[in-house]
Design a protein around this ligand. Structure first.
Ligand SMILES: Cc1cc2nc3c(=O)[nH]c(=O)nc-3n(C[C@H](O)[C@H](O)[C@H](O)COP(=O)(O)OP(=O)(O)OC[C@H]3O[C@@H](n4cnc5c(N)ncnc54)[C@H](O)[C@@H]3O)c2cc1C
Length: 397
């Protein structure tokens, strides 16, 4: 069987590895002229690292990742710690797999190298998918340069603006969330010693929040600052922003954050878009995976991890139902739809929690979290169990 995969992002590359694992030939079509990803960080929780380790990537990941010691919620202005949940060894003991912070370029490097080693030169750049024709026994994929390629199945891993999704379901534009995100990376050596703790911190404030954490073995500090603003709707990771605007958006916030933002040489800004959960992903022998079918706000740090879970479950369904690929794609969709929709909704909820402005609402929401963190610190990981203990390796159709 041959699978055509549209998109060589986290989802597409992981899908290539998972499908190759069960003996399916893959061809990966990437629109841009190079693979790789932008200079930003990504968090990989144990529900994702479980799969990546199973695919043989533990050594390569551990060479580039940073192992955070905890996750903290803090107030953006005063810096007061609302809660601390231990990660590090605690997360490995609880879920069996680590929590990584990693530079996106490094993650892409690890995945691309693994695909090349396992499958050969199957990733074709400058190969944007523009359309498809479904047949009973396969899919013809049309490329922007006018050429075509054939597969027994097609997996659309082509992101939030997925051309595969548009071909299957018609064009429905993603919605602007009314929020923009700043991002930047600062060499740790350019910062005062111990400015940032070795934890991921969500700094919360009225209508905005900041997330900070280390990547690349601790050599860089990654920050993302999200602000409710409707005056910027340009999407794309590489839109340069103005540092004065960034500092204005977080004026009066904690001095550590001011120092960090002052040190960012080139901040980037982009508008955040998402979609309501889709009712359907698959049609015959074509399906969707990752942001193509469930783009989400980044407030649970799960979009990439959900794409990794999708990829593994898809391969399990195809292995179990190889005689009927269309049925396998339908099974995959059934197994994944409600979990990913739940995470999409959870990300919205987190956004509301982080951005509360009313003092009474803040006290009501943050007070119990702060109390629990201090009175029963051992129990603070439990609310994450449904997310992190999901074992994609044992899911069966
Ligand atoms: C600020 C921010 C922080 C985040 N933090 C986290 C985090 O900590 N943890 C986490 O798990 N997730 C995080 N995410 C979400 C994560 O980045 C995405 O969910 C993830 O990148 C989705 O992967 P994907 O492969 O589905 O799509 P993409 O990463 O969008 O990849 C799609 C690929 O398809 C290509 N493509 C597009 N159109 C075509 C076409 N027509 N033909 C061929 N190729 C095409 C693109 O060039 C791209 O290479 C964050 C997102 C943001 C915005």
């Amino acid at each position: 069987m041959k699978a055509v995969i549209a998109g060589a992002g986290i989802g597409g590359l992981t899908a290539a590895l998972c499908l190759n694992r069960i003996g399916i030939e893959v061809e990966v079509l990437e629109r841009s002229d190079q693979t790789g990803d932008v200079g930003a960080g990504i968090q990989l929780s144990p529900n994702g690292t479980r799969i990546l380790h199973h695919l043989g990537l533990e050594q390569a990941l551990s060479e580039v990742a940073f192992l955070p010691q905890g996750v903290e919620l803090r107030l953006g202005k005063s810096g007061w710690t609302v809660s601390h949940i231990p990660l590090g060894e605690t997360v490995r003991t609880r879920y069996g797999f680590p929590y990584y912070h990693i530079h996106r370029g490094d993650l892409h490097g690890v995945l691309s190298d693994a695909v090349k080693k396992a499958c050969g030169d199957v990733v074709h750049t400058s190969s944007g998918v523009v359309g498809l024709m479904r047949h009973d026994d396969g899919v013809t994929v049309e490329l922007a340069d006018g050429t075509q390629t054939e597969g027994d199945i097609l997996v659309g891993c082509d992101g939030i603006h997925s051309a595969v999704r548009a071909s299957l379901q018609g064009e429905i534009k993603p919605r602007f969330t009314g929020m923009v995100a700043w991002r930047g990376l600062v060499p740790t050596n350019d910062l005062p010693e111990n400015l940032m703790k070795p934890v991921v911190t969500s700094w919360m404030g009225a209508g905005r929040h900041v997330v900070t954490y280390y990547v690349r073995r601790g050599e860089l500090v990654n920050f993302v600052g999200v602000v409710e603003r409707s005056d910027w709707t340009k999407e794309g990771w590489n839109e340069p922003g103005n540092k004065e605007d960034l500092l204005r958006d977080f004026a009066g916030w904690h001095p550590s954050l001011q120092t960090l933002m002052e040190a960012v040489e080139n901040p980037f800004i982009w508008a955040l878009f998402d979609r309501e959960p889709l009712a359907k992903w698959s049609d015959g022998r074509a399906t969707l995976l990752g942001d193509a079918c469930h783009p989400m706000l980044p407030f649970m740090a799960q979009g990439g991890v959900m794409a990794i879970e999708d990829a593994y479950v898809l391969s399990t369904c195809l292995e179990a139902q190889k005689e009927d690929p269309a049925q396998a794609l339908a099974s995959y969709e059934n197994l994944r739809l409600s979990r990913t929709a739940g995470v999409q909704k959870g990300a919205w909820r987190n956004g509301r929690l982080f951005h509360l402005s009313n003092p009474i609402a803040r006290l009501t929401a943050y007070g119990p979290i702060a109390l629990a963190s201090r009175l029963v610190p051992g129990k603070t990981s439990a609310p994450q169990d449904w997310l992190y203990s999901y074992d994609a390796l044992s899911v069966r159709p």
